[in-house]
Design a protein around this ligand. Sequence first.
Ligand code: ADP
Length: 716
Amino acid sequence: MMGRSGKSKTKAQLEAENLALLKEVEALRNRPLDGVQRRMTEALHNLQVHQEELRAQNEELHQAQGHIEKVSARYRDLFEYSPVGYFIIDDNVSVVDANITGMGMLGRTKGRIAGKPFLLFIDKKCRHDLDDHFATVRSVGRASTELWLLPDQRPPFPVNLESVRLGDGWGEGWRCLSTAMDVTERNRAEMALRESEIRFRAIFEQSPLAIQIVDAESVPRMSNRAWVRLWGQASSIPVAGGGHPVLNQIGAESLLVEGLAGRSLEISAIHVVADGEQGEDRWVHGYAYPILGQGDSVPEVVLVHEDITERKRIELALTDRTALLRRQYENLRVLSEIAALPPGPASQKLADALDLGRRHLDLSMGMISRVEGSRFTVEHHSASEETAMADFDLASTYCALVMEQDDVVAIAHWARSPHADHPCYRTHGLESYVGVPIRVRGKAYGTVNFCSTTSSPRDFDDGDKEFMRLLARWIGAVLEEDAIRRDLARSNAELEQFAYIASHDLRSPLRQVSSYVSLLERRYGDKLDADAREFIAFAHDGAVRMDQLVVDLLEFSRIGRNAKPVALVALSEVVHESCANLHSNIIDANGRVDIVGALPMIQCDPADLVRLFQNLIGNAIKYSLPERPPVVTITAATGPMSHVVTVRDNGIGIEQIYHDTIFGVFKRLHTPDKYEGTGIGLAICKKIVDQHNGRIWVESSLGEGTAFHVELPRGS
Ligand code: ADP
């Protein structure tokens, strides 16, 4: 009997056994019963067992089939819904099958794809690539190519086609599986990356800042052009030891260390001193930025160096310029202080100026020397100077150099100057000196110089030299003015002497003429005809007028000749005395003089002041209109520094154009037959006012009266 132990039988075996058993049962049926019966029972039993086994096996088979179907359905799903497109391609490069994704990619149903050449679904421009692709699959079993699929009604798009040859189990003939993966996004990302890389490159390369990227081992990875320009090709910055001499000097190492520690760092304005090879000094502004990696790691560091040499150079030039300007400003300040020195004797002004200059230049002596031939004479020296006026051999002084060069000579320290062997140091012990020529009336006069027996605390710059030139011009002008003033005083004195003598001496022949003309008239008057008598009268008038002229001229020349002591005088008294002297003129003219308001006390020469007001009031009465009796008003106003006294009349007035000229000697606006006079009165007034350091001016218009204003200082 067959049991279930042992190797399980196949279905065919079981069926064959079953058939054999059935045959055996049939044979038994035809045999005698007892033996037969027993054997039949056995056979039946076996048959049942077999049937049972067959059923069980059928069951297993059924289950296995169900499992296989499930797995197959899963694989089918995987195949169909895979995110990549699958295409089974046959030997003719036609599509045998395609999954759903593949169909979706081509925008077609399976019916429109199956059996069609794959070429139809590829963009024209890649057809060549497709041929190559499958040729490769044929020769080496697999290939990978980027191609553009051409879907129905949609624009082509890029896929990465990976094909692999399939085994025989995939059907008859040659087969391959092609996987198409949409790379549109990947390409786009790649493109974006490439563009960003191009942009980064452009910025990196074109940046005016020197940029280098170094890795964690401090090996330079990238250097832009500006970096190479700044530091040269070979510059690297090893963190420990050695390294680039310039970069080490500017602390690039520390920048790198900081950067590698994950911190940004900035070092401003580092001075890179030139060494033999580098040529010139540089200034650099440095930064380090870490490029952070995963976790706390800093895989790379960006070093940025800005070459600020030019900016720094400008900054330094500006500082120098500012210092120079400050110096120039000081020079001008001192010069304006010198120019504003109070009026006074030239010698005092020059001594004060030399003192200011000496202090300004930080030297101990200042002097003005006269140079004549080979002699050098000190004419003025700074006020604090105790050296007596001296006379030297020009050749023993630095001034010889000034005269020779006709320009500034500046020696801050004799030993360091080109004039170290000049005899001046040995003869006079001068260690520092600055001198410049002076010209007076266009001719070389001498020098102004400042010197010291110690060296100058600083070097003399162009500003100091300009200061000296300007000072020399000012001194030249003062000396010139002094010379002119002295010449003028001399010639004035001579002129006044001449006028005095002339007018004094002229009067006696005049008196002689006039007395003989009177004698002629007295003795022979009755014998002469009317014409002759008239001529005699003219001659007499002429002599009288001439005498008056001479008297006035004499008076004019006398003013200020013998300086009389000034006194504090009441102006009202002066006016009263003047009016008393003019009494008959005022009466004859039917005029009036009014004093309006109080008149001040004035520090003056009383006789001169009477002369002044007598002239002004006399003119106010004289130059009146026939139809308007003269009214003269005298007023005074007192200011903080001066008194202004005004003599106003209601007379004929003076045209604007003559307001200045009338103060000149012999300046008259009328002929003697109309208004008598010599034209000296106002000249005398002006001279008196000048003598008292005051001023006189007129306000008037024709026919409307005249006002003369006299301003006299309060203190005088
Ligand atoms: P004169 O001896 O002619 O008066 P002055 O020197 O005193 O000489 O005056 C000069 C000129 O100024 C006069 O000739 C006159 O024309 C004019 N003048 C002076 N004072 C007056 C005045 N108060 N009104 C008008 N004219 C005047």
